[in-house]
Design a protein around this ligand. Structure first.
Ligand code: FAD
Length: 439
C-alpha cells in the first residue's frame, strides 16, 4: 500500500515556466489550488499581471487530494439556510452551487482539460429510516424554493443504484459530476499560464504587509514583491500569515483509500450508474469508482489534519468502513491511502470577498471542487471591477454578478475561543459520533 495520492499517479503535473520573480504585479495570489489558479486565469485573461505563489507545488493542497466529486448544493439543508439567511439570499447561494458545476464543465471544455469530467450524478444514501424521511423533505424544499429536482430512491429500488443492502433509501441529483481532480488542477495551471499568469512553486509567503494606501508588500521564500491586490486562496492550509482568516477557519482532516483495479463485473455491481456517493451521517463516508475501476473510499477517519500516523490509522478505519458497505470487497487489495485538510468556517458556509482589505475565498467544507473554481473566478472578477473603476470611473465600469457568499456574516468562534489551533477537534469528533448514534 502506498501512502500517496492515487490521482497524482495518473498525471504528471507540469512544472511552471521558469522565470524571474517579479518586483511588482497587479495581483499576488497565495495558493496554487483550484481557487488560486481559477482566479489567476481570469485575472490574466483580462490583462492583469499576476503572480501565484505556493509553498509547495501546483495542486499540492486539497485540490489534488480530494474525491473528485463535483457536487450540487451546500453542506447545510435548505430549511436551515432559509431560516438563517432568508429565502432570496439562500436561493442565490443555491443557484451559485448549480452554476459552479456549469462553470467547471465550460472551463474544462474551453481549455481542453482531459480530466474525465462526467455528469454521472450523485447519490446520497440514508443510514437510518429517519434520514430517508429527511431526504423526502429536503427534495420537496429544494424543488419548491430553488426549482431544482432531485429523485428519491426507495429502499426496495436501491439495487439499481448501489450494490449494498445496508441503506434505507437514497436521493439522486443528476446534475452533479465526477472528475479526476489532479488532472483538473494541472490543466487549470496550464490554462492560467497560457493566459499570462506566472506561477512560483516552493514560494512560501511569509508575510503580507500593507504599504501605503493602495498596495501590499508580500515577502516570500523567493523574494519580496509589491502587489496592488492580494488574493488569499489557502483554504484548509490557511496559517498565521493571514491571522484574521486563520481564526475563522477550522482545518479538519479527511482521508481516502483506493483499492486495486476491480473486475468489470464487480465494479458494475458496486455502483451500476457510476455515481458519486456519500452517506447521511455527520461522520460521513464518501465513495466512487475511479475512471480505471478502483473503489475510492473516503471519510473523516480522524478529525485532525493529516500526519503519517493519522494516515496509517485511517487506512484501517476506512477499510473496515468500506467492508460494512461493500462486503464484496473483502479480498480487494488497498493500493493507496492519503489524507488532506478541509476548511470549515464556524457556520459551515463558503465565504468570499474582502477581509482587512485582502481578497479571499474559502470555507468550502468538503464541497469545494466546483465552488472553489467558481468563486476563484468570481472574486477575480470583483478585483477586476475595482481596477476598472479606478481606471475608467465607476459609472462606466461593467458590474459582474454579485457573489452571494460575500453578503453573509462571517462568524468567528463562539466567545472568541479559537486562535487558529483547533484544540476542540477531539471533542467535536466525539460530539458528531454521538449525534450520529442519536439522530
Ligand atoms: C481528502 C479530501 C477529499 C475531498 N473531497 C471532495 C470532493 O469529493 N468534492 C468536493 O467538492 N470537495 C472535496 N474536497 C474539498 C476540495 O478539495 C477543496 O475544497 C478544494 O480543493 C479547495 O481548493 P483551494 O484551491 O481553495 O485550496 P487547496 O487546494 O488546499 O490549495 C491551497 C494551497 O495554498 C498553499 N498555501 C497555504 N499557505 C501558503 C502560504 N503561506 N504561502 C504560499 N502558499 C500557501 C498550499 O500549499 C496549498 O497548495 C475534499 C478535500 C479533501 C482534503
Amino acid at each position: 500500500m502506498q501512502e500517496k495520492t492515487f490521482w497524482l499517479d495518473t498525471v504528471e503535473i507540469p512544472a511552471p515556466a521558469s522565470r524571474e520573480f517579479p518586483q511588482r504585479v497587479d495581483v499576488a495570489v497565495i495558493g496554487a489550488g483550484f481557487t488560486g489558479l481559477s482566479a489567476a486565469r481570469t485575472l490574466a485573461k483580462a490583462g492583469a499581471t499576476v503572480a501565484v505563489c505556493d509553498s509547495h507545488t501546483i495542486g499540492w493542497g486539497a485540490s489534488s487530494r480530494n474525491g473528485g466529486m463535483v457536487l450540487t448544493g451546500l453542506k447545510l439543508p435548505a430549511a436551515t439556510l432559509i431560516s438563517r439567511y432568508g429565502q432570496d439570499a439562500t436561493a442565490r447561494m443555491y443557484a451559485a452551487s448549480l452554476k459552479s458545476i456549469d462553470f467547471v464543465e465550460n472551463l474544462v471544455r474551453e481549455e481542453s482539460i482531459a480530466c474525465d469530467f462526467s455528469r454521472c450524478g450523485h447519490l446520497e444514501v440514508a443510514c437510518k429510516p429517519k434520514h430517508f424521511d429527511d431526504f423526502r423533505r429536503s427534495a420537496e424544499e429544494t424543488a419548491r424554493h430553488f426549482g431544482h429536482q432531485q429523485r428519491l430512491i426507495p429502499r426496495e429500488q436501491m439495487q439499481s443504484e448501489i450494490g449494498s443492502a445496508i441503506y434505507h433509501g437514497g436521493l439522486v441529483d443528476e446534475l452533479s459530476a465526477g472528475v479526476n481532480p489532479a488532472r483538473m488542477v494541472a490543466g487549470l495551471a496550464v490554462a492560467a499560464e497560457r493566459a499570462g499568469a506566472a506561477i512560483f512553486e516552493h514560494s512560501h509567503v511569509d508575510q503580507i504587509q500593507r504599504e501605503g494606501a493602495s498596495g501590499w508588500k508580500v515577502a516570500t521564500a523567493r523574494g519580496t514583491l509589491r502587489a496592488t491586490n492580494v488574493f488569499v486562496a489557502t483554504s484548509g492550509y490557511t496559517s498565521r500569515v493571514t491571522p484574521a482568516l486563520q481564526k475563522k477557519i477550522v482545518p479538519i482532516g479527511s482521508y481516502i483509500i483506493v483499492t486495486e483495479v476491480l473486475p468489470e463485473k464487480l465494479a458494475a455491481e458496486l455502483s451500476p450508474r457510476n455515481r458519486m456517493i456519500y452517506d447521511s451521517k455527520n461522520y460521513l463516508y464518501y465513495y466512487r469508482l475511479t475512471p480505471d475501476r478502483r473503489m475510492l473510499f473516503g471519510g473523516r477517519a480522524a478529525f485532525f489534519p493529516e500526519t503519517a500516523s493519522t494516515i496509517r490509522r485511517s487506512a484501517e478505519i476506512l477499510r473496515a468502513g468500506m467492508l460494512t458497505v461493500y462486503p464484496q470487497l473483502r479480498n480487494a487489495k488497498i493500493d493507496y491511502v492519503w489524507g488532506g485538510t478541509l476548511d470549515f468556517a464556524f457556520d459551515i458556509m463558503p465565504h468570499a470577498g474582502q477581509l482587512d482589505a485582502l481578497y479571499f475565498s474559502l470555507g468550502y467544507a468538503g464541497h469545494g471542487v466546483a465552488m472553489s473554481t467558481y468563486l476563484g473566478n468570481k472574486v477575480a472578477q470583483s478585483i477586476l471591477q475595482g481596477r476598472s473603476e479606478s481606471v475608467i470611473g465607476e459609472k462606466n465600469a461593467r458590474r459582474p454578478d454579485e457573489i452571494p457568499f460575500a453578503g453573509i456574516p462571517f462568524p468567528g468562534a463562539p466567545l472568541g475561543l479559537y486562535n487558529g489551533r483547533p484544540w476542540f477537534l477531539p471533542f467535536a469528533g466525539a460530539w458528531y459520533k454521538l449525534l450520529d448514534w442519536l439522530t
